[in-house]
Design a protein around this ligand. Structure first.
Ligand SMILES: [Zn+2]
Length: 460
């Protein structure tokens, strides 16, 4: 990163330059985070209306300014603040709320070298940081307990991901990649209350910060992390929503041309010649697509449904809870989740293939409500029901892809009909909202979505 030459730069509102020894704000405590606001900046304006700004270089140089200062990169590792040159890294603190490029931020700033430019970093306490984050994640009008759950999740996420951008000199970026952070402008009194009421509380699993994934809407059943990202995490398992709810994402449908899908996939390195068909080749226990088979003139390949969704665009194919064709996926199969480990003493657990067959039969409506309830209450009887269904079908097993209505690709188009929005792992925001409305507190909500984790308070 380079910046335009070292032209003389006159700060428009620089009043005085005071080469005084100014006390800097306290060094970052363990409960502080550093957030990268701008990477490779050439210019920046810092102000502290009604106050004073102090700059301190790690190599010893210092400068103070009343109200504000404009800063410019002059050469690799060197900035000019007003008429003073300072070596990076430089800390910037103020005795009033400071603004960077007219946007207010709590805490203080740090500038670090980025080639011939600099990075602008906001260093602040974790609680203040969360107040600048939460509005981008939740709606302040939602029930307080769901907002508190989200505050705990965001706090845990930030601390678990500290140093994620260590090579650039900060912990977290201010974008979607980490958590969207907008400083004081994004603060909201209700969300600040949710942060204050959960101050220092995080979610841990076996002592470590838990991986607090969340998504907008599970569509009725959360996803097992292993079916989305491969590795298995004990507290990120697929679970049915405790109660039904409606969200703007409960049902969706998207239609796309096979050629468009083919072009997108090819640009990501997935090629089957001319794409002629797509089928769901396996589903998880809830009915969520896990693998897709793509058929083309050049052959066939299998791709993870979550990968497919990411490639096509997670805002178009909103979840992997879809069928191909015009039919909406059925209600998620209620699977026992609270049965203690070796509950199936009467018969061995079903194999993955048997599970899939059972799900296929369920989706075909082979079982009535009473039978489904019986399986839910007595999971050990699922083998019995599977055999019964197989007998009904003259012993012919049903491959999973037969559960979707045979997809037709009329006009070279394919229609995905689905439920929910997001990867489905961890907490469902619309699910949490509905549970808070039903009187669940944040602790109970988090215990449901992250079973086996515990809430604990930071030690400082
Ligand atoms: Zn990031």
């Amino acid at each position: 990163m380079t910046c335009p030459g070292s032209r003389m730069f006159i700060a428009p509102f620089l009043v005085t330059v005071l080469l005084l020894l100014m006390p800097l704000s306290a060094m970052a405590s363990p409960a502080a985070v550093s957030v990268g606001l701008s990477v490779g900046a050439c210019k920046a304006v810092f102000s502290a209306p009604g106050g004073q700004i102090s700059l301190k270089s790690a190599s010893g140089g210092k400068a103070s300014f009343r109200s504000g200062v404009s800063i410019e990169a002059v050469s690799p590792g060197v900035i000019r603040a007003g008429s003073v040159k300072l070596k990076l890294p430089v800390s910037i603190s103020g005795n009033a709320l400071m603004k960077w490029n007219d946007r207010p931020y709590r805490g203080h700033f740090k500038l670090t070298q980025q080639g011939g430019a600099f990075n602008v970093i906001n260093v602040l306490g974790i609680e203040d940081y969360l107040k600048g984050v939460l509005k981008m994640e939740v709606n302040p009008a939602w029930p307080l307990e769901s907002l508190k759950a989200q505050a705990i999740i965001a706090r845990t996420y930030a601390l678990r991901n500290k140093n994620r951008h260590g090579s650039s000199g900060f912990d977290l970026c201010a974008l979607n990649h980490c958590q969207v952070y907008r400083g004081v402008n994004a603060e909201d009194p209700v969300l600040s209350k949710a942060v204050d009421l959960t101050r220092g509380i995080v979610l841990r699993y076996q002592g470590a910060y838990a991986a607090t994934f969340y998504h907008a809407d599970s569509g009725g059943h959360t996803a097992d992390v292993s079916s989305v990202w491969g590795s298995s995490i004990p507290y990120l398992i697929g679970k049915p929503e405790p109660q039904k709810y409606q969200s703007p994402y409960s049902n969706w449908q998207v239609s796309m041309g096979l050629s468009e899908i083919q072009n997108i996939l090819a640009s990501k390195g997935v090629r089957v010649g001319n794409l002629t068909g797509i089928a769901v080749s396996s589903r998880d226990s809830a009915g969520r697509a896990v693998n897709l088979t793509l058929t083309g003139t050049g052959g066939q390949t299998t791709i993870k449904a979550s990968q497919f969704r990411t490639m096509i665009g997670p805002d178009r194919v909103r979840s992997t809870f879809f069928t191909i064709g015009g039919n909406s996926p059925g209600d998620p199969l209620p699977m026992p989740t609270c049965a203690p480990g070796p509950a199936n003493e009467e018969s061995p657990p079903l194999s993955a293939k048997d599970e899939q067959m059972l799900i296929a039969f369920t989706q075909q409506g082979v079982f009535n409500t009473e039978e489904l309830m019986d399986m839910l209450i007595k999971p050990q009887r699922r083998g019995f029901y599977l055999r019964k269904a197989l007998e009904k079908q003259s012993g012919v097993g049903v491959p999973v892809k037969a559960t979707s209505s045979a997809p037709s690709f009329a006009g070279g188009r394919v229609t995905f009909t689905g439920r929910g929005w997001g990867h489905g792992v961890g907490l469902s925001q619309w699910g949490a909202k509905s549970l808070a409305e039903a009187g669940w507190d944040c602790k109970r909500i988090l215990k449901h979505y992250f079973p086996g984790t515990v809430l604990s308070r930071l030690s400082n």
